[in-house]
Design a protein around this ligand. Structure first.
Ligand code: FES
Length: 123
């Protein structure tokens, strides 16, 4: 496995104010990431739904039925993806890529090789 490429995203105080947000990739929209925050923890998945491209950063975070497992529900057709690993709970194998996230001394980092920003910088 490749060494982690921890990329600073922002301050935990700021990023934890939103449950879902989009991280913009300099390399293009297809590389965008959805950053989630719930119950004191950050998660990151690729931003666009594997089903038909819905924006997961506009989805709702819910507990999977009868569990405390957190999932995001795609706003387009309602498929759910586990935040911890991107697994689709509706269609086996239709999973989102997951990115590791860490917090250190109030700063949030995502393990990602492409450059990300909390604001759209692309033209
Ligand atoms: Fe996400 Fe269809 S595009 S469930």
């Amino acid at each position: 496995m490749a060494d982690p490429q921890w990329q600073f995203i922002g301050e935990e105080d700021t990023l934890s104010k939103k449950r879902c947000q989009r991280l913009f990739a300099e390399s293009g929209k297809d590389d965008d990431i959805a950053l989630f925050y719930t119950e004191g923890k950050f998660y990151a998945l690729e931003a666009w739904c594997q089903h038909q491209g819905g924006p997961l950063f506009s989805g709702d975070i819910e507990d999977l039925k009868g569990t405390s497992i957190k999932a995001v529900q795609c706003p387009w057709h309602g498929y759910k993806f586990k935040l911890e690993d991107g697994e689709n709970t509706n269609i086996p194998g239709l999973n989102q890529k997951k990115y590791d996230v860490k917090c250190e001394e109030g700063k949030v980092y995502v393990d990602c090789t492409h450059k990300l920003s909390t604001q759209e910088v692309r033209s």
